[in-house]
Design a protein. Structure first.
Length: 180
């Protein structure tokens, strides 16, 4: 079974549990922290995937590392590791956060710009794109990218809105080439 299907199933199950317990926001906040821990500590994944470390020690290790995190979140991680699906943890977290955001009418977007955007610029983009996408709000992550030259490029899910100078120049170049 593909990792995406596995991740979706675990995320759906945890989403239902969170809805029943009215803990969706808490789970989402804690999963964001867990995602950062996994992203910044490659050794953690190595330990959890190591074949010579038994599941009891791995579960104990997870309990120690994620002390203070909600028991349902920790148990989900333990279950995934026990079933040898450690590589799916980031995908599970992303799917879960996406489910929570969809339920709340929130979209996650990445904005690529040549410089850090001001708060008012971010707010204008949030208002504009929340109306365009039919969402109540947009969470923006600003990434500084010097290759943009000018303007902004916004990625929401798999859709990219390219309003950059370099993007416009590329489109003009393609039109000129295709006209010949």
């Amino acid at each position: 079974m593909s990792e995406a299907i596995v991740a979706k199933r675990y995320a759906d199950a945890l989403f239902q549990l969170g809805k029943e317990k009215n803990s969706l926001e808490q789970y989402a906040d804690e999963f964001r922290v867990v995602r950062e821990v996994f992203k910044n500590n490659k050794q953690l994944v190595t330990i959890l995937k190591h074949p010579k470390i038994d599941n009891v020690k791995k579960k104990q290790f997870i309990s120690e590392v994620f002390q203070g995190v909600h028991i349902d979140v920790v148990n989900t991680i333990k279950l995934v590791v026990e079933r040898h699906r450690t590589d799916a943890i980031p995908s599970i977290i992303n799917h879960f956060i996406q489910l929570v955001n969809d339920a709340k009418g929130i979209a996650e977007a990445t904005v690529y710009s040549v410089r850090e955007l001001s708060d008012s610029e971010k707010q204008q983009l949030q208002l504009s794109f929340s109306k365009r996408l039919g969402k109540t709000s947009i969470n923006l992550l600003n990434v500084v990218d010097p290759s943009v030259i000018g303007g902004v490029k916004i990625r929401v899910g798999n859709t990219i809105y390219d309003g950059t100078v370099s993007g416009k120049l590329n489109r003009i170049s393609r039109k000129i080439v295709s006209a010949n």
